[in-house]
Design a protein around this ligand. Sequence first.
Ligand code: SF4
Length: 419
Amino acid sequence: MSADLRPGLAGLPPESLAAWFAERGHASFRARQLNAGLWASGATAASSIGTLPAALRSEIDAAFSLDTVADTELRLADDGRTEKALHRLADGALIESVVMHYPARRTADGQQRERNTVCISSQAGCAVGCPFCATGELGFSRDLSTAEIVDQVRSAARRLAHRDRRLTNVVFMGMGEPLLNLDRVLEAIAALADPDRFGLGARHITVSTSGVVPGIRRLTALGPQFTLAVSLHAARDSLRDVLVPLNRRWPVAEVVGAARDHARVTGRRVSYEVTLIDGVNDTDADADALAGLLRGDLCHVNLIPMNPVAHTPWTASPIERIERIAARLRRDGIAVTIRRNRGQEVGAACGQLAAERAGEPAAPAVARRRELLVVRSAAALRGERMTEPAEAGLVAALAHDEDRLPVRPIPVASAPTAG
Ligand code: SF4
C-alpha cells in the first residue's frame, strides 16, 4: 500500500484554503461550507459533506486528507474514563493520544463541571530521551505536521461526541518535546483556539516542555495565551542531568528563570510536573530543594507517581512519600496537587503502546540501559554532575532547532507575581 501524500486539511490556514478555492474558480461560500463540515461536524472525508456539490467533494478528497490519524486503535481503562489511542500515520509512524474523563464534582467553592482532556503528541518519538519515559526509549522519528497534531484533537472530540461528551481541554504532554516543533505546535494551537475553526479557547490549552529555554522565551513574547507546564522532575542539576538529559544544555536555574519570567510577564501561573521515582528524586533533600527553588513563584506543582515503564530499574514512589513532599511544599506556600496514574492497564504513559509495537529490544541492550541508569542515578544522588555529552540525537535536534528559535526581546511589564 502506498503512503497517502495528501496534505492534511486541518493544518491549512484559512487564507490558504480561500486561495485554493479562488484559484479553481469556486465561490468563497464553498470554503465556508467545507469549514463547517470539517470543524463543526468533524467530517473525515469531503464525500460526507452533503452541502458541497459531488464534483467539488471529489476534488477536495483528491487534494487533501480530512483525517491524518484515520488508522487508530483504541484501548479503554479506568471503567471507560481513560481511552488510549494509537494512531498510525500515513508514513507508518506511530503516535499516541489519551482522552481522560473527569466527572463533575462538588467543590468547596461550588460545583466543578466535568472535564474531558486529551493529551496529544507533537512528535513521533522524542530526542530528549528521559529514561523514565517509554517515548524517550524509542528515540526521535520526526516532527508531526500541523494537521497530524490537530487531527488527534478532532478524533478525540468525535469519539467523545458519540458518548454525548464535549472535549474541554487539550494538553501537549504526549510523545515529543512540543517546543522542538514549536512552529507547528503554534499553528495547531491557532486552529484549535480559533472560534471559526475548532473554537476551544486558548485558556483550555496547556503546552508542556522539558526545558527548551529559547522556546519558553518565545512563548513569553507571544503574551498570555495558553498555560505553560514545565516537566521539572528534579530541582538539583545532578539529578536532572540524568532524568531530563536536556538539563545538560539548559540547567534548572535557566529553565525556572525563563518560566518565572513567563509568569511575571503573562500573569499566568506556570505548572511544574514532577514525576516521583522511588528512592531517586523523592528524598527530603529533594523536597527541600524543590521548595527552595519555587518558593514565592506564581506556580502550581503536580506530583505524579512514575508510570511503570519497561526497561528501567525504577518504580513509583509510595504515596506516603508523595504526601510528605506535598506537605513540605505547602509549608512554603506552594500550591500542590497529587495526580494519580491514569490507565496503567492500557499503558497510558506516553509512548508505551508505540514501544510495544516497536518490539522488544535485545536483552543485553536492556541490561546495559538498566545498569547505566543505576550508576548515573547513584552518582546524581552523591551530587555529581554528568560529564558525558548528550546523546547524538539530542544534540542534532537542538542544533537544528536553535536555528529556528529566535529569542525575541521580552517586554517587562508590571505583571502580578505570587505574594
Ligand atoms: S518525558 Fe517528554 S521530553 Fe522526556 S523523553 Fe518522554 S516525551 Fe520526550
